[in-house]
Every structure is written in structure tokens, then in C-alpha cells.
Design a protein around this ligand. Structure first.
Ligand SMILES: NC(=O)c1ccc[n+]([C@@H]2O[C@H](COP(=O)([O-])OP(=O)(O)OC[C@H]3O[C@@H](n4cnc5c(N)ncnc54)[C@H](OP(=O)(O)O)[C@@H]3O)[C@@H](O)[C@H]2O)c1
Length: 295
């Protein structure tokens, strides 16, 4: 039995592997990484992690990705629009191997999430349920880094722009979500069993509005920054004008509308409970992002 992490060369996947290897009960040899690019995973191999090379888009490569009894984390793919057949291929391979757990990084709200980006996650959860495999749904809320990785234009223009109105976002860091993933993949069988066939709604302890986010950046950078709420069509024009491809810009505008409806403000406490500590406040993530900026 190994703990197998797909997408292990991605930002979340690397943090999951870090969290697993930080657990004294998990030797590096107990962890396997499913990656499509061996070179990108060389550092993981150097740390003793077994590499299994496979591409979600090429089902034949997934045949050797899993073994009977493995506890598997499927990290959702990044190719929006392709993900249902890609995830279906991973689920089929996991089923054929007879894995002991298939954990999946879905989206906060699960079947009730009503925005465009949620559709592929909902379809994936349905495929996992239909497979009959023991599952754990990690329904992740928004990463704080979705915002703090984009501070340069905010500082340049003195504005956070969006169409989310006064909607609030219960975000947490990728490291918080990664720690939760590691928590549901580890432990002796009898303790681990409590994570099977259940869904966790994962989000930050505190929810914040974009106006509060702008105020946080202003306070920590010493610059005047405000939130400008614009109509959806205007936001779409601003994003495409700044070079964001139209399909992705439309997704971002749709997400802001969902935030305005409160879809990403849900706070259940599941994340803090799983990681046995409070989630990382947005102010901390803003401060860390400002520290590494050169502007
Ligand atoms: N909750 C949120 O706020 C939020 C935000 C953005 C994304 N997400 C979702 O969460 C996932 C993880 O986030 P992240 O920040 O770690 O994204 P990321 O850095 O883009 O990582 C995505 C991972 O998926 C792998 N991957 C993509 N297509 C694949 C394929 N065809 N076959 C095999 N592996 C494939 C990538 O492999 P390579 O390393 O080879 O590229 C990468 O390791 C994303 O993929 C997306 O589904 C959530």
C-alpha cells in the first residue's frame, strides 16, 4: 500500500507531498507521485518518492499508476473543459487496480455549487460515486493565492476590481488545503476509515469581502488601494483588455457573480478541524506576498 498523489508537480500537489513527508509516521518510500513530466519531478525522486509516469489525457499510461490497496489523491486537472474525460480515465484506472481510497479535490458546495467552474467537479464526484470506490471528497474553497499572486496590477492601479459586490470569500492557503489532504490520506486503518465515504467542505475560518481585501493591502503596503465594483460586462472587458483569454475571463466573471451570491463564503470549520489548527488569515498571505514583491 502506498499513498499516491496525482498532480504532484503542481503547486498544491507539491505541498501535499511536503505535508506527507513531514509526518514522521510516513516514510518517503510509502509515497508515490503520479506525474506526466519525469524531469519536473526529479526533486521528488531525490527525496525518495516513487514516480509513476502517467497523463490524465492518455488512459493507457494510467494502467501502472495505481496498485491494490493504495490510498490515492486525485488532484483535479488544470485543463478546464477537458477534465471530465481526464478524471474518468483516472477513476477507471483506480477502480481496475482496486485502490483502498480515492480522495478528490473538488469545489466548495459540491453538488450545490451553481457556478460554471463547478460543473466538472460535480461530474467527477458523480463518476467516483458510480465507481463504488471508497471515496473522500475534499471540496476546496478558494485559494487565498488566487488573489495574492496578482498583487502587482493591484498596486500599480491602486485598485482591486471585480463584480462580486459585497460577497465574502472564506479562502485558505494552498498549504492549508494540502495539510487537510495529507490528513485524510494518513493514519492506521481504523482511524483512517473515518475519512472514507464522506465529503468535507473546506474553507477558511474567516470570510472577507473584496473591499476588506483592498483595505488589507492598503494597510500593509502603505498605499491607497480601494475596491472598485463594476458590472459583469465591464469586468469582462477589463480582463480581456489586460490580455486574459476570453473563456478564462468569462469564468472569472462568473465566479465573482457566485461570490456575490455567497457561494464561496461557506464556513463549516471542516478545514481547521482536519488540520488541527486555525486556517491562515488573508492578512498573513497578503503580508507574505508583499514581502517577496520587488515593486
Ligand atoms: N480552489 C481553488 O482556488 C483553485 C484554484 C485554481 C485551481 N484549482 C484546482 O486545483 C488543482 C490544483 O491546483 P494547483 O494550484 O496545484 O494547480 P497547478 O499548479 O496548475 O497543478 C495542476 C497539476 O495537475 C497536473 N496535470 C494537469 N493536467 C494533467 C494531465 N493531463 N495529466 C497529468 N497531470 C496533469 C499538472 O501537471 P504538470 O505539473 O505537469 O503541469 C499539475 O501537477 C487545479 O488543477 C485545479 O483543478 C483550484
Amino acid at each position: 500500500m502506498r499513498i499516491v498523489v496525482t498532480g504532484a508537480t503542481g503547486q498544491l500537489g507539491r505541498l501535499v507531498v511536503d505535508a506527507l513527508l513531514a509526518d514522521p509516521a510516513v516514510p518517503a518510500g510509502a509515497v508515490a507521485a503520479v506525474v506526466r513530466n519525469k524531469e519536473k519531478a526529479a526533486d521528488l525522486a531525490d527525496r525518495g518518492v516513487e514516480l509513476r509516469i502517467a497523463d490524465y489525457s492518455r488512459p493507457e499510461t494510467l494502467a501502472g499508476a495505481f496498485e491494490a490497496g493504495d490510498r490515492v489523491l486525485l488532484i483535479s486537472g488544470s485543463e478546464v473543459g477537458q477534465r471530465v474525460p481526464q478524471h474518468a480515465a483516472v477513476i477507471d484506472a483506480a477502480k481496475a487496480a482496486g485502490v483502498a481510497q480515492l480522495a478528490y479535490t473538488g469545489v466548495l458546495g459540491g453538488p450545490g455549487a451553481d457556478f460554471d467552474l463547478a460543473a466538472e467537479h460535480k461530474a467527477t464526484e458523480e463518476l467516483i460515486l458510480a465507481s463504488g470506490l471508497p471515496y473522500t471528497f475534499l471540496r476546496n474553497g478558494w485559494y487565498s493565492e488566487n488573489y495574492t499572486d496578482n498583487l502587482a496590477p493591484v498596486l500599480a492601479h491602486g485598485a482591486v476590481v471585480g463584480n462580486a459586490g459585497e460577497g465574502r470569500i472564506a479562502s485558505a492557503t494552498r498549504a492549508d488545503y494540502a495539510a487537510a489532504a495529507a490528513a485524510v490520506l494518513t493514519g492506521p486503518d481504523e482511524e483512517h476509515g473515518r475519512h472514507l465515504n464522506r465529503a468535507y467542505e473546506l474553507s477558511g475560518d474567516e470570510a472577507w469581502s473584496l473591499a476588506e481585501y483592498a483595505a488589507e493591502i492598503a494597510a500593509r503596503s502603505g498605499r491607497p488601494i480601494a475596491y472598485t465594483d463594476v458590472p459583469a460586462e465591464t469586468h469582462l472587458e477589463i480582463l480581456t483588455g489586460a490580455g486574459v483569454p476570453e473563456p478564462f475571463a468569462a469564468i472569472l466573471v462568473d465566479v465573482d457573480e457566485a461570490i456575490g451570491r455567497g457561494a464561496l463564503a461557506v464556513r463549516t470549520g471542516d478545514l481547521a478541524r482536519l488540520i488541527s489548527r486555525p486556517t491562515t488569515p488573508i492578512g498573513t498571505t497578503v503580508a507574505e506576498a508583499l514581502k517577496v514583491m520587488t515593486v
